[in-house]
Design a protein. Sequence first.
Length: 532
Amino acid sequence: MYSPDISQHKEKPVSLRITPVFFKDLDSNVTAGSYPKGSAVYSSPTSVVKAYGFISAVQRYTANNGTLAEQFGRDSGEPVSAVDLTWSYAAFLTAVTGRRRGPCVVLGPAAIVSATTCERSIDPSTQNTAAAFHLASPDDLNWFSSHNCTTINGDITLLGSFNGSFSLPNVTSISGIITSTTLTETFELTSIALPDVLYLGGININLPSGQGIIDVSAPKATAAGSISLAVPLTGAVDFRSLKQATSISLAGNYSSVRFDSLEQVYGNLSMRGSDAVATNPLDNEAYGQLPLSFPALKSATFIQFSGVITEFSMPVLETANVQSNTYFGPSGLSIHNYGAPLDLDLPKLDSVGDVLDLEGAISSLSLDSLQSTQANITVDSSSFLDVNFTSLYSAGTIQLNGNITSAGFPSLTGVTGITINSTNPINCGSFQRAIQKAAPNSNSTCNGTGVTGTGGRGLSTHAKVGIAVGVSIAGIMIVALFIWYEQRTARNYKVQAGFYWRPQIPLQERTWRRSAREDEPPPPYSMHPPAA
């Protein structure tokens, strides 16, 4: 299939001939003529040549140890034929070379390099030699190539004097961990390059504060143990083919993180940048930047992200929960964003362990598949956020803090308790209905700068007492003001009418009382009062 394509590609310009009928069978619309390589007519039949389904099956289902099968089960993808057949490898290499339009692969004595398994020495007399995998400088790496090492059994330790790049080409498997001893001022690791590694036991590197930029690359690795990196400045991580790992922990500032194919993490998946709230989230030097894109991740035991998150994508994540009975740590999901407001969209997440903690700048939240969890749910948003648990019918506790503008629990039937403390006006109606149905006897509260809603246990006892006292004081003040106003009006009226509020002349004290007859006339009127 590929030979005619290679022949045509070498011609300038490309001449597509109808006979033999190779290209005609691939594309019935092709006509005879000369076509440049960039033309659509040229691209159409040549792209069909590479549309070979077996190649994609091999890419997806080849085992971690590199064994190549001829046939794969349609449903599970498991190999169903014999493996390690020489002609299978020869045919596959020929096909790959043809797809690249390269020269044919020569398989013979001159092209064969014997694979060697190199094991770490335990002889005390060789502890500080490359044979014992204690590396003092990049020059010690030449020992692996000189011994044709393709498989390395044992840990590789970088000594404090190591300065430069760590590169191991042609090595396909490292069973141990790449690590370092106590670092010195002269230690500087600029990169870790594992271009051909398919399996990696692990990496455990904690760089000193003065370390510069570092790149860690294992683009072909499909399985790994524990990956732990602490980068003080800027790093780039490329594990684009990695499908499963025991645990992953990245700390620091990362310009690029590639886990394109990662499907499962059996333990913790942790990425931690700066814990300080970014006044300028675009300042890459001041804050740990975390581009988080895991397009294929389906499950992990405990996911923890903290820092200035510049990108977030986990479209197929289903499980953040315990996957092994030997694991005793926390399980669930914890995301703290100290950068610009972030859309947290987890449309497939349906299983969460004991923690669901979302804090920081969150502009939107989607958990449409989450129906039941024993987790204690905490949402503390520094940006305006509508929270709506559309499908959730049971949970441990629910705590909503910060700039919560609304909260909805339309399906909730069981919960230990709900607490809402919003810095914004909030309608507690949905909260009250949820509490009446899911936890009528719980000590749940809904507080905000302005609270609306009727019925239920919407307000705490302290809030109710405060409102009652406030209303009483206001009522007393209004009544007192009304009485004062009425008295003042009456006094002004009497003054204007010639009456006085108090007697202008003291009244005489009477010592006797005379009964006047009804027919006796009153005394004569006088403008002058009698003398005392």
